[in-house]
Structures are given as structure tokens and as C-alpha cells.
Design a protein around this ligand. Sequence first.
Ligand SMILES: *Cc1c(COP(=O)(O)O)cnc(C)c1O
Length: 241
Amino acid sequence: MTEKLSVEKRFSDISYNLEVIKSNISSAAKESGRKAEDITLMAVTKTVEPIFINHAIDCGIDLIGENKVQEFLSKEEYLKLDKCKAHLIGHLQTNKVKQIVGKVEMIQSVDSLKLANEISKQCVKQNISCKCLLEVNIGEEESKTGISYDKTMFLLEEILKLEGIKVCGLMTIPPICDSEKELFEYFNKMHDLFIDIKRQNIDNIDMSVLSMGMSGDYKEAILCGSNMVRVGSSIFGPRLY
Ligand SMILES: *Cc1c(COP(=O)(O)O)cnc(C)c1O
């Protein structure tokens, strides 16, 4: 009985949280001169059990993000993926590429040429193509994965030469900032880079996605031009590892 009740309680929390987040997204979108529909809300589902992910899908979520290949593959068969797409957003090891291409709509965490090469190789083998975002380490933090800001253009040019891989934009996780001003500087720097690449109209790139903003900073990210926010704990509650 308690078990049942707590599931019901979590369901209603998730529904409520989603309403609040959608309304915040809508306000931030308007404030930045756009419409709510211009911003894609991804539900980040790492550590979340399929029953709760499916509830979010029932509430209208049509994009989820998982960090780990193994975790995604173990949940995949239980998820309502006929109504919802999935992206990989966590660091991807080259030896796991084979297992994930073709299973997710997009890999948001392309952070090296070596990884891009392997994605390309596996896509060619399977005769498919894979959408990707380049993950930029905008704070140049040693503890984080992602491409250094200065190397992004070079890497992009190299990746464009590869078959089977379609670059659709950029993703970032900014450093933890002491002030809102500092946070805005990182987000603006990412947006400038995104616009810069977009303006070059490079063949074979569709610069359409700027994925930035998480539970703690999605409103700020939208104000700086993000069009995809990745929200986990504000939807599902704190993660229990
Ligand atoms: C976990 C994670 C998120 C979501 O984080 P929250 O703070 O729980 O919203 C977003 N992006 C990536 C890459 C993540 O790993």
C-alpha cells in the first residue's frame, strides 16, 4: 500500500513539475523574443526507473536523454519509445559506439575526432546515418569532457569529411559559476559560436540545435539563445545513486 501510494505521489509530482517547467520555458522563450515551441524540453532520465519515465512520456515528453549506453540499453525495451525519441548525452567510449548507433536519434556528446571516426565507421557498416552534436567544454575545465572552445572549428571541419555522421549543433555544460554574470558569459560565448558557425552556411551541417541548460540554469540558458534544455532532477526529483 505504501509502495503504491509513493508511486502515485511521484506520478503527481512529475506531472506538476513538468507544468511548472513548461511555464518557465514559455516565459523565458518570450523574454528572449521566441515562442515556447521554439524550445525543446528534454527529460534527462539517468537513474530514473522506466515506470516514471513512461509517466513523463504520458504527460507529453517526447525526448529523453540518457548518459550511459548500458543503462539505456537495459531500460530500452520497457520505454514507450514509439512516442518519444532518445538521445545519448553522456561521455561515450569508442568501444561502446557499436552498441548505441542506430538505437538513439542523436549523440550529443561527440568530444573527439577519434569518437567521431568510430561513429562514422559503425554508421557506414550499418548503412545508417547518425545525428550528432559537438560537446564544447566552454569553461576549459580539466575535469570535464568536451572539445576545447578553440579547437571546435577545426574538429568540425574534420568531422564534416566523415560519412554517416550529421552534425546538427552544439552542446555544453558550463562550469559551476559564482555569479549569474559569469554564467551568462559562458552561455553567450556558446551562442556566439553557434551563430558564427550557422552563418557560414557550411555544406553538410544543419546548425539547428544549441543544447544548453539543466535544472539549475535552463531559464538563463534560454535567455542566452539555447533551443534545447536538458532537465533531470527538476522533473524527477533528486537522483539516488
Ligand atoms: C544529468 C545531466 C543533465 C540534467 O541534470 P539536472 O541538473 O538533473 O537537470 C543534463 N545534461 C547532462 C549531460 C547530464 O549528465
